[in-house]
Design a protein around this ligand. Structure first.
Ligand code: SME
Length: 169
C-alpha cells in the first residue's frame, strides 16, 4: 500500500526525502498515535544502523512509551532521567556518541551504543520526544540532528499539536 523508496547520496537529501514521505503518510490523518506509528516505521525502514526508533509522549509531565520499532522498551521515563528525560527537560535535542558514558542513560536495549533524542514542541510545550538508538558508537551527527529537528517541526501538528491536521508549512 505504501511504497516509499528513499535512496539518497547524503544525509540532507535523505532527510529531505524522509520529510516528504512522512508528510504524505500523515496527511489528513488527525490521530497522533497512528501518525507516530507510521513515522516510526518509516524511520526504521529508511535510516541505516538503528536498533530502536520511536516516540515517548508527554503524559502529565512524564514520558510514556509511544509507537516504536525495535525491542520492547521501558514504559515511563521521568523528565531529567536518561537521554530522553534530558531532552524533555531542556526542550533541546540531545545527541550522545557513547551512551555508556552518558550519566543516567537508561539501557532499554543493551545493544544500544549511541542515541539521538529530539523534543517535539508546540507553542512552547513538550508534546513528545523522538528517540533513535543505534548499536554503533557515534552513529548520529549534526546532519541527523538537523534532519530530525526539521522532521518533527514539520509534523508536530500531526503528532497532537495545535494545528492537528496541518503540516505547519
Ligand atoms: N535510552 C533511553 C531510554 C529509551 S530507549 O533507548 C528506547 C534513555 O536513556 O532515555
Amino acid at each position: 500500500m505504501y511504497d516509499y523508496r528513499i535512496e539518497a547520496a547524503d544525509k540532507p537529501e535523505l532527510y529531505r526525502q524522509l520529510c516528504q514521505a512522512a508528510d504524505a503518510l500523515t496527511e489528513g490523518e488527525p490521530d497522533p498515535i497512528a501518525n507516530m506509528a507510521n513515522v516510526a516505521a518509516l524511520l526504521w525502514e529508511s535510516l541505516p544502523d538503528l536498533n530502536w526508533a520511536g516516540f515517548y509522549r508527554n503524559v502529565g509531565g512524564e514520558l510514556v512509551l509511544g509507537p516504536f520499532q525495535g525491542r520492547p522498551a521501558c514504559i515511563r521515563i521521568p523528565f531529567g532521567k536518561g537521554v530522553c528525560g534530558a531532552a524533555a527537560a531542556s526542550l533541546a535535542p540531545v545527541c550522545v556518541a557513547d551512551v555508556l558514558a552518558f550519566p543516567g542513560h537508561i539501557a532499554c536495549d543493551s545493544a544500544s551504543r549511541s542515541e539521538l533524542v529530539v523534543p517535539i514542541v508546540t507553542e512552547g510545550a513538550l508534546l513528545a520526544v523522538l528517540d533513535l538508538d543505534s548499536p554503533s558508537p557515534a552513529c548520529f551527527d549534526d546532519a541527523d540532528v538537523a534532519g530530525c529537528v526539521e522532521l518533527v517541526q514539520r509534523l508536530s501538528g500531526r503528532f497532537g499539536g495545535v494545528a492537528n491536521s496541518s503540516p505547519g508549512r
